[in-house]
Design a protein around this ligand. Sequence first.
Ligand code: ADP
Length: 334
Amino acid sequence: MTANIVVVGSSNTDMIIKLDRIPKPGETRLGGEFLTAAGGKGANQAVAAARAGGVVTLVARVGQDMFGERAVAGLVENGVNVQYVQYDKAPSGVALIFVGEDGENSIGVGSGANAKLSPADVRKAKAAIANADVVMMQLESPLETVTTAAELAAAGGAIVILNPAPAQPLPDSLLKNVSILTPNESEAELLTGVCVNSEASCLQAADILLAKGVETVIITLGAQGAFVASGTVKQLVPGFTAKPVDTTAAGDTFNGALAVALAERIPIIDAVRFANAAGAISVTRDGAQPSAPTRQEIEKLAKLKLVRTDAPSELRVSGAGENGQSRHRATISQ
Ligand code: ADP
């Protein structure tokens, strides 16, 4: 069986200039090194999921320009289905990034076509969403579009993953349709008001989000790994040791791999371990999409071979479904 994943989200081209330091307002600095890289959280997560072994469809908008064409070509090269990637009159999304020698960065995003991704675009992909094991969104797309995707996905019985990045306050009407919310520490703080800096504070923040109707909260904690909280599981899943070179898109790679493992009905702790391994490998490599590891690489580091657990097993407790709390056909193994 395949892991069918639909990602609804953004596609950007990152244009990076590495300089000795970030220019001040009004200042021109010479001597930089310029590079471009495919980015955008939606596209990053789609590529990460495809590399991790998922059958992935992206719902997105790009511009009718060379950036859009290049972005789509990159998705196709990575095996992502682009049937629902539309060309818009607005320019492609771009992120202009200055990086200083100290690693500090300054980023301006022109959302362009990403801001035009509409609820109607999501509805066009209804058949793919109905067939999906996992539907995953982020917050670089209009909130009403994200909300529509969550509604359709939940109604169709998919596991709904929302990566709430970049952070913004979210209505409970959206959260109630979310199976798995994956904030990082600062996003968890923005959503809950709890400063997340310890296991106890992770638990406190997670409990607030669980009370809003989310089934499972996974707070990513950089090198430390991720904290998982659901009705029955509350624990830290430690990260893997890695020598970071470029941490761009670690969260996106984590989410892409997580989606694949959950689509394959891998129990949640193993799924997070798999995602931690993917995130750890990605930080050892440059770039967003190019840094996403293959399934073999992830399995090797995680020392975990994904074997689907479709058959009922004593180890697999489909918690939410069995105690009647789940609105979803798909249940997450605990
Ligand atoms: P974001 O990129 O959204 O800020 P995190 O920094 O929490 O997210 O990283 C996401 C995941 O990537 C972490 O949960 C972890 O699994 C992995 N990761 C990130 N940084 C490191 C690191 N320095 N060493 C090992 N794993 C890392």
